[in-house]
Design a protein around this ligand. Structure first.
Ligand code: SF4
Ligand code: SF4
Length: 500
C-alpha cells in the first residue's frame, strides 16, 4: 500500500445505477455489436492486477489458506489402522474415512451429505453472502497462493503492469519462467495430492519418484495439475464471475439483512479528492476520497461503491484497503464494511444488524440443518457393520437327497464393513429339524476378512418325514464374533421348498 491515498479525479462520478446482484446486461444481439456486449467481452479479456493489501481480513485469508492447505495436503498422508486414513478407493468400490469403511450400499450417506452441504450453503449465504468464496473456495485459495508467488517474483501491481507492458528482455523472460516453474511445481503437487485421495498416496509418491506410474495415473495427475495452473494462474476471477454457478443463484438467498461487504454510500457520498486539512463535512463532501484503492485491491476488479454485485466474493480486501485510507485521513474506519444493506439505509447499529441476521428464514435453515445433521450422525454411528443377503438358487428349488433329507440351496452374500476379521456361526429355523451348512465343507462357521465381502453357497436341509410338500417361511441367522469378542446377530428371511 502506498503511504498516501492516491486521488483519482477520473473516478469521481458515481455509477450507482448498476443494480445489485445482477450479471452484466449482455443483450442477445445478432451479428452486430452493442456497447454492452463490447464492454462485457473487453472485461473478460482484460487482465486484472490486484494490488496487495494488509489488514485483518487479509490475515484471515492467509490463515484460511494455511488451514485449508494443511488439511488438503496433509490428510492423505495420515495413517489409520495401518492404512490411509482417508481414501476413496474407486477400484475396490470402498471409501475409507478414518475408522469407517463405506460400501456402494452406503451411497445414501453420500446423498444425505450432499443435502447437508446444500442446506449449509443456503444457511451461510443467507447469513453472510459469499463468505465461503472469499475465504475457503479452492479457486480463491489457489489464486491467493499463485498471486503471492507472482508478487514475490514480479513485484506488486505497478511492477507487474510495467513488466507486462515491456518488450521481451532477458529479465522479463527470467521472471516469467521462474514464476511458471514455481506455479507448475505447486500445481503438480496439488494434482498429485488430489489423486492421492483416490489411490494410495504413498505408492503414488514412490511411483512418482521412480517414474513408474501407470499411464492413467500420469494422465490424471497432469490433468489436475493443468486445471490448477490454468484456473489459479490465468482464469482467476473469470471463474468466479463467469463460470461459477453459485455466483448466479446466490441472489435468491441474499436479502437486505444478509451480512455482506457493503459500501456506506450515506456516509461516503458525495465522494471526491480533498486535502487532509480540509474539513470535508463543511465542504459538503462525504468520507470517500475517491482514491480507487478499493478497486485496485479487488481480485475480481469491481467497484464495491457501485452497490452489491454478484461478482463480489466477499473477500474483504476492499475493507482493509479503505480502512487504511480512513486511518490516514483520520476518519472513522468502516466506510466499507461487513454489514447489511438495511443497516446502511435504516442506520442500524452493528448489534442490531447481527440480531436481524437470525430472521425466520435463517432459523428455518438452522433447524433443518441441525435435524438432518443429527439424524446423519446417529445413523452413521449405529449403521450395521455386517450385512448378509440370502439369494435362493433358482436352478435347484428343492430336492430329496441321501438320508431322507429335503435340501434347498442358497448363496449368502456376506459383507464385513469392520476392520476386524469375523467368524460367523450360521443357523436356520422355521421348519422342524432344519439345519444349515456350507455347500463346500459342510461347516456351520464361515470366516470373513476385514473390509471384505464373500459369496458363500450353503445348503439347508430338513427331514423329509417331518415336512409336508409346500413352501415354508424360514429364518437364516448369522452370529458374528470379532477377535475382541463383540457379537453381531443378523437374521434374514427366505423360503424353503418341499417338493411332492
Ligand atoms: S471507498 Fe475507500 S478505498 Fe474506495 S475510493 Fe473511497 S476512500 Fe478510497
Ligand atoms: S468488492 Fe471487496 S469484498 Fe468484493 S471481491 Fe472486491 S475486494 Fe473482495
Amino acid at each position: 500500500m502506498s503511504s498516501e491515498p492516491s486521488v483519482n479525479p477520473d473516478r469521481g462520478s458515481s455509477s450507482a445505477e448498476v443494480p445489485a446482484w445482477q450479471p452484466p446486461r449482455v443483450s442477445r444481439v445478432g451479428a452486430g455489436s452493442s456497447p454492452q456486449v463490447e464492454k462485457a467481452l473487453a472485461d473478460v479479456r482484460s487482465k486484472i492486477y490486484p494490488r496487495s493489501v494488509s489488514g485483518i481480513f487479509a490475515r484471515w485469508r492467509v490463515l484460511m489458506v494455511v488451514l485449508t492447505q494443511l488439511v488438503f495436503y496433509g490428510l492423505p498422508w495420515l495413517q489409520w489402522n495401518g492404512r490411509q486414513a482417508v481414501l476413496f478407493d474407486l477400484a475396490a468400490r470402498k471409501f475409507y474415512i478414518f475408522g469407517m469403511v463405506l460400501w456402494p450400499q452406503d451411497v445414501i450417506y453420500l446423498a444425505v451429505l450432499l443435502v447437508l452441504s446444500a442446506f449449509a450453503l443456503f444457511l451461510f449465504t443467507a447469513m453472510a453472502g459469499r463468505l465461503f468464496c472469499g475465504y475457503a473456495c479452492p479457486q480463491t485459495v489457489y489464486t491467493e497462493i499463485f498471486m503471492w508467488v507472482e508478487r514475490r517474483i514480479e513485484g506488486d501491481r505497478l511492477a507487474r503492469i510495467r513488466l507486462d507492458e515491456q518488450p521481451w528482455s532477458w529479465r522479463k523472460l527470467r521472471l516469467k519462467v521462474s514464476k511458471h516453474i514455481v506455479w507448475i511445481l505447486i500445481a503438480w503437487w496439488t494434482g498429485s495430492t488430489f489423486i492421492g485421495y483416490f489411490a494410495p498416496i504413498r505408492e503414488l509418491g514412490m511411483g512418482l519418484l521412480t517414474l513408474s506410474l501407470g499411464p492413467w495415473q500420469w494422465f490424471w495427475m497432469a490433468f489436475y495439475a493443468f486445471a490448477t495452473w490454468g484456473n489459479a494462474g490465468f482464469m482467476r476471477e473469470a471463474v468466479c464471475k463467469y463460470m461459477c454457478p453459485y455466483a448466479r443463484f446466490q441472489s435468491v438467498m441474499v436479502d437486505d439483512d444478509t451480512f455482506v461487504v457493503t459500501y456506506d454510500h450515506v456516509r461516503g457520498e458525495p465522494r471526491g479528492g480533498r486535502s487532509r486539512r480540509v474539513d470535508h463535512k463543511e465542504a459538503g463532501m462525504g468520507d470517500c476520497v475517491d482514491c480507487s484503492l478499493c478497486v485496485q485491491v479487488c481480485p475480481t476488479g469491481i467497484d464495491i461503491r457501485d452497490g452489491l454485485q454478484y461478482m463480489c466474493i466477499g473477500c474483504g480486501a476492499c475493507v482493509d484497503a479503505c480502512d487504511q485510507v480512513m486511518d490516514k485521513m483520520d476518519y472513522d474506519k468502516g466506510l466499507i464494511r461487513y454489514t447489511s444493506g438495511r443497516a446502511i439505509t435504516d442506520g442500524l447499529t452493528q448489534s442490531q444488524v447481527r440480531k436481524r441476521m437470525f430472521r425466520p428464514r435463517v432459523l428455518a435453515y438452522m433447524a433443518i440443518l441441525s435435524l438432518i445433521g443429527i439424524a446423519f450422525v446417529v445413523s452413521l454411528a449405529t449403521r450395521t457393520t455386517l450385512r448378509v443377503d440370502v439369494i435362493r438358487d433358482r436352478g435347484v428349488l428343492g430336492r430329496e437327497v441321501a438320508g431322507g433329507m429335503i435340501e434347498n440351496v442358497y448363496r449368502l452374500q456376506i459383507i464385513n464393513t469392520t476392520e476386524s476379521p469375523l467368524t460367523l456361526t450360521l443357523g436356520a429355523g422355521g421348519v422342524p429339524g432344519l439345519s444349515i451348512m456350507t455347500a463346500d465343507h459342510g461347516s456351520t462357521t464361515v470366516g470373513i476378512d476385514p473390509s471384505s465381502n464373500r459369496l458363500v453357497p450353503v445348503v439347508v436341509r430338513a427331514p423329509a418325514q417331518q415336512v409336508k410338500p409346500g413352501l415354508y417361511d424360514i429364518e437364516l441367522t448369522a452370529v458374528a464374533r470379532s477377535p475382541e469378542g463383540d457379537e453381531t446377530v443378523v437374521v434374514e428371511r427366505s423360503s424353503f421348498f418341499v417338493p411332492k
